[in-house]
Design a protein around this ligand. Structure first.
Ligand SMILES: *Cc1c(COP(=O)(O)O)cnc(C)c1O
Ligand SMILES: [Zn+2]
Length: 399
């Protein structure tokens, strides 16, 4: 692994992969691992994504025994949606079937692999949701000392699904952005590998979403890939995955990358509209799409640079359209989080504005499971009919 370098996404400075760095030591912008160019996919390997795509990772050992079965998720075609919205094809990448029910498992597994190769015995993260559960679960699997830092005011509905994995859980009172930076600083000092939302190996893990989409479409990739975006780690990984396959000559073009946000917290979409390459803190964030409610995304600037370079798009959708899309997806059998429904809402909006034509194909990334956030049930009129058993026949008798 050691010949690949970490490159600063802003100033181009390079650093060694032997160090566990999350930020450029000169300009504090995110780092990215040098591109991997290869035509080598181990198509016989059907369960371990890090073995299947081995030539696209810098790992030296195979580190088996760390996997919980992350990745290799289905890409479903949704002809009913394609017909309804007048596009050629709509794909749904179902990340809800990951071991802790979100795509975060891919980046967690990649980061733990790196941590172990560097000799770390202590890992951690800062999160209030899916990433916390993911790191707690994979830390338990790997037998590492795992510390999860959460906001002081986290509701028990969110805390308990993390606590169940028996990691060390610390509620830290104070400013969340500061907690993020403090964790990286203390991690460096005390040898704790903090795998926060946009660390380089989390981005590497997310690459595999793109790799799988390429393979699942027989390398005839969709025109658009729509990604609910918060910190920016996942969208960076997906773009890097397509870029690596493109440069390797495996796909004819890179799909248009779409950063999808909620209007209630849209720092990236707002900067994009203003043609700015710098994120500003989004004031008073509020959206039902909690998993993407980051008002000051750590990879925000890099996402803007990437969208600019790749002619990507950023779009923000209304709360109403998020709820509507969540119900629509459930109506075809997929119960996703509100944050994940943002991808379908964005597709509809881009179709309405003509950005996606009737001849084009789009993939929505369904980032996480709806069961993670059951409070949303209150927003819907979900009810059941009721009757005495004796009256059941009357209800069912209609032919
Ligand atoms: C983390 C998360 C996102 C956002 O990913 P980023 O890498 O932070 O941009 C989107 N949806 C779900 C369900 C998530 O857990
Ligand atoms: Zn730099």
């Amino acid at each position: 692994m050691l010949e690949k370098k970490l490159i600063c996404t802003a100033c181009g400075s390079t650093f060694s992969l032997r160090e566990n760095l999350a930020r450029c030591q000169k300009c504090r912008e995110p780092l990215e691992i040098e591109e991997f160019i290869s035509k080598n996919i181990d198509t016989e390997e059907r369960s371990d994504i890090f073995k299947r795509y081995k030539s696209f990772f810098p790992f030296q050992s195979s580190c088996s025994g760390l996997s919980l079965g992350e990745g290799m998720t289905p890409l479903l075609s949704a002809p009913s949606f394609a017909e309804k919205y007048g596009v050629k094809e709509i794909f749904l990448k179902n990340e809800t079937v990951n071991p802790t029910w979100s795509f975060k498992d891919r980046g967690t597994a990649a980061s733990i692999h790196h941590a172990i190769e560097l000799g770390f015995r202590r890992i951690g993260t800062v999160s209030t949701g899916n990433m916390a559960a993911s790191v707690a679960a994979f830390g338990a699997r790997a037998g590492l000392e795992t510390t999860i830092l959460v906001k002081g005011d986290i509701p028990s509905e969110k805390l308990n699904p993390v606590a169940i994995y028996n990691a060390r859980l610390i509620k830290a009172l104070g400013d969340y952005d500061r907690l993020y930076e403090e964790s990286l600083r203390l991690g460096e000092r005390y040898g704790i590998y903090f795998m926060n939302s946009d660390v380089p190996f989390r981005v590497e893990g997310s690459k595999t979403i793109a790799f799988e989409i390429c393979e699942q479409t027989e390398f005839n990739v969709p025109d658009f890939v729509i990604i609910p975006t918060s910190a920016g780690g996942n969208i960076r990984g997906i773009e890097k995955g397509f870029r690596e396959f493109y440069k390797s000559g495996l796909i004819p073009h890179i799909p248009t990358i779409v950063a999808a946000q909620a209007e209630g917290c849209a720092p990236i979409a707002r900067a994009y509209e203003k043609n700015s390459l710098t994120i500003e803190r989004f004031p008073n964030p509020h959206t039902v799409a909690h998993a993407i409610e980051n008002p000051f995304p750590p990879s925000g600037n890099q996402v803007l640079r990437m969208l600019h370079r790749q002619r990507g798009v950023a779009v923000a959708v209304s709360e109403e359209s998020i709820y509507e899309s969540q119900l629509e997806l459930a109506g075809m059998g997929l119960f996703v989080q509100p944050a994940s429904a943002v991808s379908l809402a964005a597709l509809k909006k881009l179709r309405q504005t003509g950005s996606i034509s009737s001849e084009q194909r789009a993939a929505c990334i369904l980032t996480g499971s709806g069961l993670k956030y059951t409070a949303v049930f209150d927003a819907y009129n979900l009810n059941a009919e009721e009757c005495l058993i004796d009256d059941l026949e009357k209800l069912l008798a209609v032919k």
